[in-house]
Design a protein around this ligand. Structure first.
Ligand SMILES: Cc1ncc(COP(=O)(O)O)c(C=O)c1O
Length: 386
């Protein structure tokens, strides 16, 4: 690395997934690796109509407020129980920017941040980039193990915040139970830390959108239109206490002045349109169909050799080989068989996830998912017999 780079830039790791996705884009590969929404489900015609209309309004081509367009923030306040005023809502350039901004305003080098093990790589990168000491806590079928966290706190752990993807977690697909969420927020209140609820998958439940976590003084909610409209819009928002949002706003000003006004206008018009609930219902039905196709094929083809969970929505299945298969090695064989996934170790902080893998059903069709699992099965057989 160049000597002119700051210590912080040198510490910034690149995402293993990003490197892998480049390979997974080779022609002929069916990729179950990325979390890319299915482009055939983007409401492209409707977004094109909205874009044509809003682009004629000079106001949406002008600079805007750092905290975000008032109309969008008012719509958010009107449709959430987590905020009661626009001062508690700040629009971000996707929820990834929210993670970066929160890292900047909350983390001093050495501060403790609790994350799940395994957890979303983009969050781990953002927190590490600010010099946080990541404190991994196990994730099981009910989400983050809050009782284990509580014991660690009794033993002296003092986190600045706890990071949670409450619904259909990336990478494990699990949902934090209400009991655990309540216990976590109580712990936060008693011990003076924040809980960051990063919730981009909530609307992708196979049985409809999951319930929104209610307002709490110690909670920061992150939302995004990436998984329900189109990630290229780069529109998300943060809901949180005013003292925090004021600091975030000052930092965001120096980062990008504000999120694209035209993107905000498109996102606002789309999420408040009368067709939007039907669009969500369509995404939920597609989520069910794809999830069932992927899990059905995994159970059929790999049977007892692979333990697979059954998430209630989102984009990801987490699977673990019972026969000790190392998924880093399997990936090489899988790429030879034109199928890609992400080895579990990529998301692990301290846990040993060498025999696990994350599979995404989001991008492929049900037929491609079935074909991909056939290829994975062949790759596994080739590895075992090698
Ligand atoms: C848990 C989680 N948080 C945040 C993001 C970033 O989403 P965006 O910046 O597109 O809103 C993702 C993307 O995959 C994610 O899985």
């Amino acid at each position: 690395m160049h000597s002119l780079l700051s210590t912080r830039a040198r510490q910034q790791t690149t995402s293993a997934i990003r490197d892998l996705l480049e390979q997974a884009q080779r022609p002929g590969i069916i990729s179950l690796a990325g979390g890319l929404p299915d482009p055939s489900l983007f409401p492209t015609d409707r977004l094109a109509d909205i874009a044509a209309e809003v682009a004629g309004d000079a106001d949406v081509l002008q600079y805007g407020l750092t905290a975000g367009q008032m109309g969008l923030r008012e719509h958010i306040v009107a449709t959430t129980t987590a905020a009661s005023s626009t001062n508690e809502v700040l629009v971000t350039t996707g929820s990834q920017q929210a993670l970066h901004l929160l890292s900047s305003v909350l983390i001093d080098p050495g501060d403790q941040v609790v994350v799940g093990d395994p957890d979303y790589l983009g969050a781990l990168q953002a927190f590490r980039g600010s010099g946080a000491e990541l404190v991994p806590v196990t994730i099981d079928a009910d989400g983050l193990d809050v009782a284990a966290l509580s014991s660690r706190i009794t033993a002296g752990l003092r986190p600045t915040f706890v990071y949670v993807v409450p619904h259909f977690h990336n990478p494990t697909g699990v949902t934090l139970t209400d009991t655990r969420l309540t216990a976590l927020l109580e712990l936060a209140e008693q011990n003076g830390f924040l809980v960051v609820l990063d919730d981009p998958y909530r609307d992708l439940g196979v049985a409809g959108a999951a319930d929104e976590p209610a307002h709490h003084a110690n909670a920061v909610h992150l939302r995004s239109v990436s998984k329900v409209l189109a990630p290229g819009l780069r529109v998300g928002w943060m809901i949180g206490p005013e003292w925090l949002l004021e600091a975030v706003e000052r930092t965001k000003q120096s980062a990008d002045l504000h999120t694209s006004t035209i993107s905000q206008a498109i996102a606002h018009a789309a999420i408040s349109a009368d067709w939007f609930p039907d669009h969500l219902a369509g995404l939920q039905a597609a989520t069910r169909e794809k999830r069932d196709a992927l899990i059905g094929a995994l159970v059929d083809r790999l049977g007892e050799r692979l333990t697979v969970n059954r998430p209630g929505g989102g984009m990801f299945v987490w699977a673990t080989f019972a026969d000790g298969t190392d998924t880093n090695e399997l990936l090489d064989a899988a790429l030879d068989h034109n199928v890609a996934f992400v080895p579990g170790a990529a998301f692990a902080v301290a846990a040993d996830a060498r025999t696990s893998l994350r599979l995404s059903w989001a991008t492929a069709t049900p037929e491609q998912l079935t074909e991909a699992v056939g290829r994975l099965h062949a790759a596994h057989a080739a590895l075992v017999s090698a």
